[in-house]
Design a protein around this ligand. Structure first.
Ligand SMILES: *Cc1c(COP(=O)(O)O)cnc(C)c1O
Length: 349
């Protein structure tokens, strides 16, 4: 049981920190916290819950909206009229940014690594429809996006625009704050629903979301253990990035907390052949969750995180009993690319 005084203290923290973070709310909150009843029955005593950030109602949703709500408030305060960001052509973050720019009446430039793809589908189709300007780096190195975002920003400024640059994947302090607020939201929801989880499972890309969860959990002193699965970078690399972002965000809140890689463990081993390439393990996890819960995971992030989680649960590397899986969204990836990577057989009646 949570003690009365601890609860009161946490509410004070929530109140104090929330007033320090400007947010332009774009969707309906809280997103549902749902028990995965049928799936849990197959998990040998583990009770699994989904935090449904895939149901964020704005611009096809996903966790990226939470970060963008804080960035939008910051951009408006700085009188910006143009959002510049980047990642891969199938990026959820870029699609969400283009939707935010449209909503705010701002311009938007999407910087993508590589060359223009042959097919227009998935998130790329949506981002195109939203009339973002495109800039391809013609370099397959993902980091090429970073320098090109800078170049595009300088050019826009020379043209008299007031650009607001958002780092690749949305991994920046403002974004981190959006996810701190998600922890506050979930805590209050757990109280209301009488749930005391002991672990939270999350897919990790560029690390901003994890940094926010880490900071939020520390701010409230919650006994929630984070289990994070990388889907793109190597675990050591993303661990460092998460620690740096969390430290930077804490400093802005005037807390001298230094996070190191020992605070930010990341599970590897479930990327498969690479970022954005569906893996057989993720396909199995997607089918299992879809067929027991009617919840659609995505092949790029949540499917791989779920594959990692189910694997570790099976090999008894988890001692947690009540676990919340943060469904961060990403379904548009379902509608991009060819091939039956789900390996679904035809069923006769
Ligand atoms: C971006 C993304 C993540 C990971 O968020 P990061 O902040 O980049 O680590 C997880 N799930 C989905 C669906 C995403 O689009």
């Amino acid at each position: 049981m949570i003690s009365e005084s601890e609860n009161r203290h946490r509410h004070e923290v929530i109140e104090r920190i929330t007033t320090q973070i400007s947010r332009h709310v774009l969707a309906h909150y809280p997103t549902p916290l749902m028990r995965a009843k049928r799936l849990s029955e197959t998990l040998d005593g583990t009770e699994l819950w989904f935090k449904r950030d895939d149901l964020i109602s704005f611009g096809l949703g996903g966790n990226k909206i939470r970060g963008l709500e804080v960035m939008l408030a910051d951009a408006l305060a700085k009188n910006a009229n143009w959002l510049v960001t980047g990642a891969s052509v199938q990026s959820n973050h870029v699609r969400a940014t283009a939707a935010v720019a449209a909503y705010a009446g701002m311009g938007c430039t999407a910087v993508y690594w590589g060359k223009p793809p042959a097919t227009v589908d998935g998130n790329y189709r949506v981002t195109k429809m939203l009339e973002a300007a495109f800039h391809f780096t013609h370099d397959d190195d993902r980091a090429s996006v970073d320098t090109h975002i800078q170049q595009v920003t300088v050019k826009l400024r020379e043209q008299g625009q007031r650009p607001y640059a958002i780092p690749r994947g949305g991994a920046c302090v403002m974004g981190v704050f959006g996810h701190v607020l998600a922890v506050f939201e979930l805590y209050q929801q757990c109280l209301a629903q009488g749930l005391e989880p002991d672990a939270v499972v999350l897919a990790v890309g560029s690390g901003g979301t994890y940094a926010g969860w880490l900071l939020g959990i520390k701010l409230l002193n919650l006994p929630w253990k984070m289990h994070c699965y990388t889907v793109s970078r190597e675990p050591e690399q993303v661990s460092q990035q998460v620690a740096d972002l969390a430290t930077e965000a804490a400093a802005l809140l005037k807390l001298d907390w230094i996070f190191g890689v020992s605070d930010t463990p990341v599970h590897g081993g479930f990327i498969g052949q690479g970022y954005g390439i569906p893996s057989p393990e993720a396909a199995e996890a997607i089918k299992r969750v879809g067929r027991t819960e009617g919840i659609l995971l995505d092949p790029v992030y949540t499917g791989k995180a779920m594959a990692g989680f189910l694997h570790e649960l099976q090999s008894k590397q988890f001692d947690a009993k009540k676990i919340i899986f943060v469904h961060t969204g990403g379904e548009p990836a379902f509608f991009s690319g060819k091939g039956d990577w789900l390996n679904t057989s035809h069923r006769a009646v």
